[in-house]
Design a protein around this ligand. Structure first.
Ligand SMILES: [Zn+2]
Ligand SMILES: [Zn+2]
Length: 164
């Protein structure tokens, strides 16, 4: 964790920004909740637990800055909420997401898998690809298991809050 904070610090420095204590608190929350795809409000509430003096506007500005510097990616899974996702170290491309329409969980695929598609797009559309966003909507393996077990009985109450 310290190492990654250090690297993010250098990333900021290289663009003439400082890792202020407020920014550091925000980065720490993102690192601690790397798999969670937090919204700005989620990040704010978690930052507030550690540093109550930091306001939502500051957290919001920090997230926007981190997005600009490509430390985080801003994503939207179609529910109108922007979420912030740390860029994985050394990743050329943004990872893919599997969004479950039953429970709302979000799983990640780190492999690129799109090599062939990109070659076609670059060739046929003469388009130089820099990155991509790929979100699959469907039913996760956990919900599929649940459905099998209940075998046509009503699905259990949906855990809509699993991913905030
Ligand atoms: Zn993600
Ligand atoms: Zn699910």
């Amino acid at each position: 964790m310290e190492q990654r904070i250090d690297r993010i610090k250098k990333q900021l420095h290289s663009q003439s920004y400082k890792l202020t204590p407020q920014r550091e608190a925000t980065v720490k929350v993102l690192l601690e909740h790397e798999e969670d795809h937090l919204s700005a409000e989620d990040v704010y509430l978690l930052v507030k637990e550690k540093a109550p003096e930091i306001g939502l506007a500051t957290v919001y500005r920090t997230l926007e800055l981190l997005n600009e510097l490509e430390v985080v990616d801003k994503i939207n899974f179609g529910d109108g909420v922007s979420r912030y996702d740390l860029r994985k170290e050394g990743a050329d491309h943004f990872h893919h997401h599997l969004v479950c329409i039953e429970c709302g969980s979000v799983d990640e695929i780190q492999e690129d898998l799109l090599g062939d598609v990109e070659r076609v797009v670059e060739k046929d559309w003469n388009f130089k690809i820099k990155d991509h966003r790929l979100t699959f909507h469907g039913i996760c393996h956990r919900c599929q298991n649940k459905e099998d077990k209940h075998n046509k009985t009503e699905p259990e109450e949906k855990e809509m809050n699993k991913v905030k």
